[in-house]
Design a protein around this ligand. Structure first.
Ligand SMILES: Cc1cc2nc3c(=O)[nH]c(=O)nc-3n(C[C@H](O)[C@H](O)[C@H](O)COP(=O)(O)O)c2cc1C
Length: 330
C-alpha cells in the first residue's frame, strides 16, 4: 500500500486535488468525512506568503480533522520558495506540495506553475533545495509537459524522485491543452511502469465516475487518483468511488435531507472560519452542484446566491426541504 514519506495510505487512495477558491478548510473537511484519504490546499503564492499577505496566510489554516493535509505552494524563485517552506512548516501540515502544473498566464509568465516545464533543470534544482530544507515530505503536482512536443514526464518524474520527493501527482494534460480535450493517462502509466520509480504515482484529470477511477487503478495501474472537479459541490464522490470498489455497485445518491444538511454545515463552517460576509459569499459557488438535477430549482438557487446574510440562506435551505424533501436523485 502506498506511503507518502511515513504517512501510510490505504490501497488506491483518493486525493482531493488542490483547487483555488474551492479546497478551503470547510470543503476539505467535508471531503475527508466522505472518504478522501489526502487533501490538499489550493495553491499559495510563495511571494504572497513572504509579504505576509493576509489572503495567503489565511490559506494556511488547517483543521485537525482533515489530516493528512498537504499545503501547496508555487513560485519560481529559490529564496522565496525556501522562505515559504519555513513559513508553511510553522502551521504543521503533513505534506508540502509544489505546484508545477498551473497553466494560467499570470503564473506561467513568471516561470512558476507549469511555466517551469520549460526549464526542467530549474524544476529539479528548486525541488532538491526544498527537499533539503525541510523534514516534511515534499510532493509534486505537475502536467505531462509544456506541449505535445515536449512530453518528458518519465524522465522528469524520475529526476524529481531522485532528489527526494515522496510522491508525484500528474495531470494528464499539457500546459498547451489547458483544460481542453481529454486527459491522457497513458504517459502517467509510463511513469509508473518505469522500473526505477518507487514513489507513489497518482493520476489526475477527468476522474469523474467510479468506473473511471477503477480504470485508472486496474487498466493504468496507478497508485491512487487525485480528484478535482467531480468533487466540487459533491463531496460524496469519494465515498461513491469507494463503495463501487468494494461492492461493484453504485451507491444511492445522497438524499435531499443529506444535501441540505451538508450544505448547511458547509456554510456554518465557512462562517466560523472566515466570518459571516466572506463565508456567505464564498460558499455560493457550491450550491449549484449540491442541488444539481432538481427541476424548477432556479428560484431557490437565486435566493441562495443573492442572500447577503446567512439567515437568508438557512431559511432557503428550510424552504427547499419543505418543497423538495421527497425528491429522488437516482
Ligand atoms: C476551480 C479550479 C481551481 C484549481 N486550482 C488549482 C490549484 O490551486 N493548484 C493546482 O495544482 N491545480 C489546480 N487546479 C487543477 C486541479 O487540481 C486538477 O489538476 C484539474 O482540475 C484536473 O483534475 P479533474 O479533472 O479531476 O478536475 C484547479 C482546477 C479547478 C477546476
Amino acid at each position: 500500500m502506498p506511503k507518502i514519506g511515513d504517512i501510510q495510505l490505504p490501497d488506491f487512495p483518493l486525493l482531493l486535488a488542490p483547487m483555488e477558491d474551492v479546497s478551503d478548510p470547510p470543503f476539505r473537511a467535508l471531503c475527508k468525512e466522505n472518504g478522501a484519504d489526502v487533501v490538499y490546499t489550493e495553491f499559495i503564492s510563495s511571494e504572497g506568503l513572504i509579504r505576509d499577505a493576509a489572503k495567503s496566510t489565511m490559506k494556511l489554516d488547517i483543521y485537525e480533522a482533515e489530516r493528512p493535509v498537504g499545503i501547496q505552494i508555487f513560485g519560481a524563485n529559490l529564496d522565496s520558495m525556501l522562505q515559504s517552506v519555513e513559513i508553511v512548516e510553522r502551521t504543521k501540515p503533513d505534506i508540502i506540495d509544489i505546484n508545477f502544473g498551473c497553466p494560467v498566464k499570470k503564473v506561467v509568465s513568471r516561470g512558476a506553475g507549469a511555466g517551469i516545464l520549460k526549464d526542467i533543470d530549474l524544476m529539479v534544482s528548486l525541488t532538491a533545495a526544498m527537499v533539503k530544507h525541510t523534514d516534511l515530505p515534499i510532493t509534486v503536482k505537475t502536467r505531462l509537459g509544456w506541449d505535445d512536443d515536449s512530453i518528458k514526464i518519465v524522465e522528469v518524474a524520475e529526476r524529481l524522485q531522485d532528489v527526494g520527493i515522496k510522491a508525484i501527482s500528474i495531470h494528464g494534460r499539457t500546459r498547451a491543452q489547458m483544460y481542453k480535450g481529454n486527459a491522457d493517462w497513458k504517459p502517467i502509466a509510463d511513469v509508473k511502469n518505469n522500473p526505477r520509480m518507487h514513489i507513489p504515482v497518482f493520476g489526475n484529470g477527468d476522474v469523474n465516475t467510479p468506473e473511471r477511477a477503477m480504470e485508472m487503478r486496474d487498466e493504468y495501474g496507478l497508485d491512487g487518483a487525485m480528484i478535482g472537479r467531480a468533487s466540487i459541490g459533491y463531496p460524496w464522490f469519494f465515498r461513491e468511488v469507494k463503495h463501487f470498489f468494494e461492492t461493484g455497485t453504485h451507491m444511492a445518491k445522497p438524499t435531499m435531507q443529506e444535501r441540505v444538511e451538508v450544505a448547511r454545515r458547509h456554510l456554518e463552517m465557512s462562517i466560523a472560519w472566515k466570518g459571516e460576509t466572506l463565508g456567505v459569499f464564498e460558499t455560493r459557488r457550491h450550491y449549484t452542484n449540491y442541488f444539481k438535477g432538481i427541476p424548477n430549482f432556479k428560484e431557490y438557487r437565486m435566493k441562495m446566491v443573492t442572500s447577503d446574510d446567512s439567515q437568508g440562506v438557512f431559511d432557503t435551505f428550510n424552504e427547499v426541504l419543505d418543497k423538495f424533501g421527497g425528491h429522488n436523485f437516482n
